[in-house]
Write a protein that binds this ligand. Structure first.
Ligand code: HEC
Ligand code: HEC
Ligand code: HEC
Ligand code: HEC
Ligand code: HEC
Ligand code: HEC
Length: 235
């Protein structure tokens, strides 16, 4: 009897501890100190995006949806109420005609933009910590979900091989072609010298030149028998 009670006690403490850990691990207030911490003393951070009453839409949205791109659907409406150039032009290139983005299931929770992003978390590129394990919150993000389906793959090694290693949708004109190299952690681009090949060297989730593989250069060039993405490093 006594030992049974003791075990219940121990389990209770463990349960409380793990609950405590869950709360500490990820929470909406991780937003403070990030680029999404846009609060002022008059309009605090949460209020920039949420309002308890008279909300403009789902998630008690405090903002009007994009005036610049009114036809957007799902979470894009929320994100682009700022990312349409009104508050920031970061990501605005994604909605230009002809731009290829990673598939989302519009309006389905966890499969829309929130498949990969959570605007509250203090992670690289606001990558969600719900679906993406820590080791993939970087330029190897694709591996969090596509491991089984790609099998034996191109090595992810250090090199200075690429001829064109600049991929920059913000350049003028926009440069959507090149294979970038990254630091070992995969959270910073390395523009010169040796750097590491990561999934994001050959792939981009936004602004791909190839709808099939989301590649950053063509693998199958319909105009020739060449593979520009391979020949960018292997001449
Ligand atoms: C930059 C805009 C933005 C700010 C600032 C913001 N949120 Fe959110 N919030 C969102 C978006 C977008 C969603 C829905 C996205 C999703 O599916 O995770 C959301 C969803 C939520 C949800 C429901 C889903 C969940 O994760 O439980 C809660 C609760 C929430 N926010 C609370 C807060 C609180 C509290 C703050 C202030 C500490 C805050 N938010 C600040 C954009 C914001
Ligand atoms: C209230 C305005 C606002 C809303 C709403 C908002 N963002 Fe942002 N976001 C910003 C600002 C401002 C920045 C910082 C841009 C800069 O660096 O100039 C930013 C930065 C980012 C970045 C990081 C860019 C980088 O280089 O690190 C990502 C990713 C991002 N937002 C995704 C989202 C997504 C996804 C949503 C919708 C779920 C969203 N944001 C909603 C204002 C917003
Ligand atoms: C498959 C995962 C994935 C999905 C789905 C996704 N993103 Fe992203 N997003 C990323 C990654 C990874 C980056 C960083 C890209 C890079 O630097 O190459 C990024 C970058 C961004 C940025 C910052 C651009 C910059 O200059 O750094 C914004 C804004 C953004 N995403 C918004 C969105 C919105 C809005 C949606 C929904 C329509 C969305 N994302 C869906 C993975 C995703
Ligand atoms: C959070 C999980 C997740 C992440 C991270 C992710 N994907 Fe996906 N991806 C999916 C799912 C799920 C599908 C299937 C389509 C759907 O259900 O919308 C898909 C579909 C695809 C497709 C089209 C279908 C195919 O297999 O031919 C490509 C290409 C792709 N992803 C590439 C990438 C690349 C490149 C990255 C990294 C930038 C990435 N994905 C990151 C979940 C993810
Ligand atoms: C050296 C360049 C390169 C690197 C690095 C690379 N890929 Fe790919 N990947 C490609 C090319 C090229 C294709 C298109 C294949 C095709 O069209 O047959 C592709 C296709 C894909 C696809 C979609 C189609 C398929 O074959 O299932 C996924 C998913 C994918 N890669 C995931 C990844 C992941 C995850 C990583 C990081 C571990 C990665 N890739 C790293 C070049 C690369
Ligand atoms: C960003 C540069 C880069 C790109 C893009 C690239 N490679 Fe590589 N590849 C390398 C490096 C570095 C190695 C390691 C050995 C070496 O230096 O040749 C390598 C190794 C290889 C190997 C040897 C694999 C092994 O296990 O030893 C093959 C085959 C290969 N690449 C084919 C391709 C093909 C096909 C493509 C296009 C789909 C491609 N590569 C794109 C840089 C690249």
């Amino acid at each position: 009897m006594r030992s049974k009670r003791m075990w219940i006690g121990v389990l209770g403490i463990l349960g409380a501890l793990s609950l405590g850990l869950t709360v500490a691990q990820a929470g909406v207030s991780d937003i403070f100190g990030t680029d999404h911490d846009l609060g002022t003393t008059a309009v605090p951070t949460c209020m920039q995006c949420h309002t308890p009453h008279k909300a403009k839409g789902p998630y008690l949205w405090a903002r009007d949806f994009s005036a610049v791109y009114p036809s957007l659907t799902g979470l894009m409406k929320l994100c682009f109420s700022c990312h349409d150039g009104g508050v920031t032009n970061v990501g605005e290139f994604m909605v230009a005609p002809g731009i290829v983005n990673h598939e989302v299931n519009v309006g389905v929770e966890g499969e829309d933009c929130d498949r990969c992003h959570d605007p509250h978390v203090d992670n690289w590129k606001f990558v969600t910590d719900t679906a993406i394990p820590t080791e993939y919150r970087n330029a190897n993000l694709c591996s969090a979900c596509h491991t089984g389906d790609i099998g034996v793959s191109h090595p992810l090694v250090e090199t200075n091989k690429p001829i064109d290693r600049v991929w920059n949708p913000y350049a003028s004109p926009a440069d959507f072609s090149g294979t970038r190299l990254f630091n070992a952690a995969g959270d910073t681009e390395v523009p010169t010298g040796t750097g590491n090949i990561k999934c994001a060297t050959c792939h981009v989730p936004h602004g791909s030149v190839d709808a099939v593989g989301l590649n950053s250069m063509l693998y199958v060039d319909p105009a020739s028998e060449h593979s520009p993405i391979c020949e960018n490093c292997h001449q």
